[in-house]
Design a protein around this ligand. Structure first.
Ligand code: AP5
Length: 211
């Protein structure tokens, strides 16, 4: 399956993609996570994109498209993938269509109020990147990752000024992709409001796993 996860920041794309990747044995390719890893490792790419990401703006189409092109050439993406957070502009969608065809763009439907609540409560593991939430997905021990014992922190772009900027950017540049994929009969809406276990079950009903 070649899937795109489309939706506003904080809709739960990364949370569902992590589980779907395990169940369906396809890689979870998050452009946001690739950029954050580059920032952590202080690579030239990381140094270039850090202030853009912290302020909630988009990295340039040119840089992002090249990154995805290279990632999709790797062997693990030959039998399918989940693109989480890419494409985010019409130019990126058109570039992707020239690289590879997709089976479906899954559109996460959720209100702005819920987005703000999810992002302001999100905590992320510094070591492995796993997501938690102060109310909805608490770690067993406060501030410590259940998976690897790493320290949990708040992403710079989850501060309230950046959240509202990201929502503006989403509406202006990414929301038009809903119509873009609907016109091509490639869009499926998913209700992103329920608990993540329920969303996974709904997802499996639409995309039955092979075994
Ligand atoms: P990116 O990392 O892609 O950020 P995003 O799209 O804003 O998505 P998020 O990671 O914030 O949210 P999510 O939908 O994955 O939600 P999550 O599962 O974490 O991109 C970051 C930045 O990189 C961008 O702003 C941009 O600068 C740059 N960038 C990336 N891609 C780019 C591109 N293509 N072009 C240009 N620039 C690009 O969940 C959120 C919270 O809610 C968590 O705390 C979670 O525990 C909780 N939660 C999840 N599901 C549920 C649920 N069902 N019920 C209750 N709580 C839930």
């Amino acid at each position: 399956m070649k899937l795109i996860f489309l939706g506003p920041p904080g809709a739960g794309k990364g949370t569902l993609a992590a589980v779907v990747s395990e169940v369906y044995k396809i890689p979870h390719i998050s452009t946001g996570e690739i950029f954050r890893a580059a920032i952590r490792e202080k690579t030239p790419l990381g140094l270039k994109v850090q202030s853009i990401i912290d302020s909630g703006q988009l990295v340039s189409d040119e840089t992002t498209i090249e990154l995805v092109r290279e990632r999709l050439e790797k062997d693990d993406a030959k039998n399918g993938f989940i693109l989480d957070g890419f494409p985010r502009t019409i130019a990126q969608a058109e570039a992707l269509a020239k690289i590879i065809g997709i089976d479906c763009a899954v559109n996460f439907d959720i209100s702005d109020e819920e987005v703000v609540s999810r992002l302001s409560g999100r905590r992320v593991c510094k070591a492995c990147g796993k997501n938690y939430h102060t109310d909805y997905m608490k770690p067993t021990k406060e501030g410590v990752c259940d998976k690897c014992g790493g320290e949990l922190f708040t992403r710079e772009d989850d501060k309230i000024e950046s959240i509202s900027k990201r929502l503006d950017v989403y509406r202006a540049q990414t929301a038009p992709l809903i119509a873009y994929y609907r016109e091509r009969n490639l869009l499926k809406d998913i209700d992103a409001r329920p608990a993540s276990e329920v969303i996974l079950e709904n997802f499996k009903a639409v995309f039955p796993p092979e075994n």
